[in-house]
Design a protein around this ligand. Structure first.
Ligand code: ZN
Length: 152
């Protein structure tokens, strides 16, 4: 479930309810192209019920550090427009240890990623080969553990 266009103060309660229903919880972050209310990024990374902050745009280093502390993944987006800030998101993750995922932000079946295109998106965002392996293999496994679909 992607929570979008909410007042930031409403995110914790709605994320908690979505999580209780079994959803993987994504928050639509402060992307450069489909803006949401400022403060959305901070509310999302501060909420333990949020799994992924989608297309976080020009998130701050402090927000990335909070994401790292709370285990909230940051999206490297394959979606046109959202992807404009991918390089910045990688930099913030490197500085803070926040974990990244390459994600499609799929709206239509044609948006789904092939493994090869996911690699291109990651490399295009500036990931080094060893970082790319973590982002495409290790971090999705960590997400499945977080969601309870996989043992450690
Ligand atoms: Zn979105």
């Amino acid at each position: 479930m992607e929570l979008t266009h909410l007042p930031p103060a409403a995110i914790p309660e709605l994320a908690r309810r979505a999580k209780a229903l079994g959803a993987l919880v994504v928050v639509h972050g402060e992307t450069p192209v489909e803006p949401v209310i400022p403060g959305t990024n901070r509310a999302a990374v501060s909420c333990p019920d949020v799994d992924i902050l989608g297309h976080p745009g020009l998130l701050t280093e402090e927000e990335a550090a909070i994401a790292a502390a709370n285990g909230v993944f940051l999206e490297i987006s394959a979606r046109r427009g959202h992807s404009l800030a991918n390089g910045h998101v990688v930099q913030m993750a490197r500085r803070t240890g926040a974990r990244l995922l390459v994600n499609s932000d799929t709206h239509d079946p044609g948006d789904l990623l092939t493994p090869e295109f996911a690699r291109k998106v990651g490399l295009g965002a500036g990931l080094e080969p060893d970082e790319l392996a973590a982002v495409l293999e290790e971090n999705p496994r960590r997400l499945l553990v977080r969601l309870g679909y996989r043992a450690d």
